[in-house]
Design a protein around this ligand. Structure first.
Ligand code: SAM
Ligand code: SF4
Ligand code: SF4
Length: 329
């Protein structure tokens, strides 16, 4: 389909200190759940080799994610190892934010450019219910503040689920105005097999915009900031505020999908909804060189035909997509 390879999302761990009901529901991710053993987790050196092999293929952005990336030991070290490969690479992280406060300075010094912090509710009770954790909203807000103060570019990610947190949409806009940072609303997706996804529980981008406009006035659509941008951009004129909408259910964007993913056990996935990945880690452990990896990845990428979100409602469906925490959101 001629889509260029631009972005790499790396899941550095399949573990998390939250149990968000739409991602790692506790009934499934309980004490019996078998997380990856240490020896099967991709090391920083192995990640760096993959990133290096992808630079000649056009890679310009790396996002460190998970699971919860801040649970991985010395995560700043990985940031600086990637930064040392290329000064111009855009390096971002997606995190739930509760461990950010103590790590932000070393992340910034290591060369992290941007951080996206997930926050679905400003109501503490609902936050605890959705994240099924002991943490509170204030810890996330503190993470957001420290990231802004440290001079990073910060965004908020919010997943909106029907009959759950629609009443938080306008509160999230208020927070976005207060902190002067963009928020991106994400349609609840059918990733993995454990989150009991139903089409009925999706609140579409259009429905979210209607709720916002009633309270804050007109929203106007603006141009994408770059080719392949996941979030559709809108502006809240009255506040000069940018708001993004990730509408992978109601308005899929596979035609410009430039994103590759590495799971926490070093498999390359060319689609968030893939059933299987390509085992780069085994190849590396069998002495594949940087050049070998470039050739293999380029070959896999050029043959990719995935466009799951565009085919979601067709006969051709997949049936066991891998979990978001493992492949990296
Ligand atoms: N733990 C980090 C966090 O929550 O930001 C990083 C990993 S998480 C898998 C990455 C993003 O995926 C988060 O913003 C989360 O809200 C989103 N996400 C997880 N499950 C989702 C689902 N079923 N539908 C839509 N977004 C989802
Ligand atoms: Fe953890 Fe992020 Fe998934 Fe929530 S969305 S369970 S914070 S990996
Ligand atoms: Fe890319 Fe797959 Fe998402 Fe389509 S469904 S945008 S191909 S990751």
């Amino acid at each position: 389909m001629g889509r260029p390879l631009r972005d790499l999302r790396i899941s550095v761990t399949d573990r998390c200190n939250f149990r968000c009901t739409y991602c790692m529901p506790k009934e499934h991710f309980d004490s019996n759940y078998e997380f990856l053993p240490k020896g099967q987790i991709i090391s920083y050196e192995e990640i760096v080799l993959i990133v290096k092999s992808m630079l000649p293929l056009g890679l310009s952005k790396v996002r460190i994610t998970g699971g919860e990336p801040l649970l991985r030991k010395d995560i700043s070290k990985l940031v600086s190892m990637i930064r040392n490969l290329d000064e111009s690479l855009d390096i971002a992280m997606t995190t739930n934010g509760v461990l950010l406060k103590n790590k932000i300075n070393s992340l910034k010094e290591s060369g992290l450019d941007r951080v996206t912090i997930s926050l679905d509710s400003l109501d503490d009770e609902l936050f605890k219910e959705m994240t099924d954790s002991k943490f509170g909203v204030n810890q996330v807000l503190e993470g957001i503040k420290t990231a802004i103060d440290a001079g990073l570019k910060v965004k908020i990610n919010s997943v909106i689920e029907k009959n759950k947190n629609e009443n938080q949409i306008n509160k999230l806009i208020e927070t976005s105005i207060e902190y002067n940072i963009p928020v991106r609303f994400i349609e609840f997706m059918d990733v993995g097999t454990t989150n009991s996804w139903k089409l009925d529980s999706v609140v579409t981008g259009k429905e979210i915009r209607e709720i916002i406009q009633k309270e804050f006035g007109p929203l106007t659509k603006t141009k994408p900031n770059y080719y392949g941008e996941v979030a559709k951009q809108w502006k809240l004129a009255r506040y000069d505020l940018d708001i993004g909408f990730i509408e992978s259910i109601s308005s899929p964007f596979c035609g410009s999908c430039t994103r590759a993913r590495i799971s926490s056990n070093g498999k390359l996935f060319t689609c968030l909804f893939s059933e299987q990945g390509h085992d780069l880690l085994s190849m590396i452990r069998m002495e594949a060189t940087e050049e070998d990896l470039s050739t293999i990845i380029s070959d896999i990428w050029n043959k990719r035909k995935d466009r799951y979100s565009e085919e979601r409602n067709s006969e051709k469906q997949i049936h066991r997509p891998v979990e978001m925490s493992y492949i990296g959101g």
